[in-house]
Design a protein around this ligand. Structure first.
Ligand SMILES: [Zn+2]
Length: 129
């Protein structure tokens, strides 16, 4: 996981991360890149984490591809879904604040956005583990 998000020099393609497995708190999650036409769940979102199948799905043809830096968006999206996987695997996936979403999206996004910065500080101080 950490390898993936720190490779900033690599251009993200439709196949990037497709079929890659990551270990989330001891459970293997497989990442898939799919088009909206291949997965109906992508009609309402650009990616999701499915704890029932231990999979993370990222859309490969979403409108953010037209951003000046779509790689930034795809990395942010994948970090977000990985944070969901961590919540799922640590037992905090269930509803405790909102009925529809369980863990609040704001918290998930905050962690997903701040984690690379936190990682750099921890790495600099050599306090990762
Ligand atoms: Zn989310």
């Amino acid at each position: 996981m950490i390898d993936i998000i720190t490779k900033t020099d690599k251009l993200i393609t439709d196949e990037t991360w497709n079929g890659v497995s990551v270990n989330i708190l001891g459970t293997e999650y497989t990442i898939s890149r799919k088009a909206e036409t291949e997965d109906s769940l992508l009609k309402d979102c650009n990616g999701y984490c499915d704890r029932s199948t231990k999979s993370i799905v990222i859309m490969k043809d979403c409108k953010e591809m037209e951003l000046n830096n779509p790689d930034w968006y795809y990395k942010k999206l994948l970090r977000h879904e990985i944070v969901h996987a961590f919540f799922d695997e640590c037992g905090l996936q269930e509803n405790f604040e909102t009925k529809k979403w369980g863990v609040q999206e704001t918290v998930v996004d905050w962690i997903a956005i701040q984690f690379p910065k936190m990682y750099k500080v921890y790495e600099q101080l050599e306090i990762l583990l």
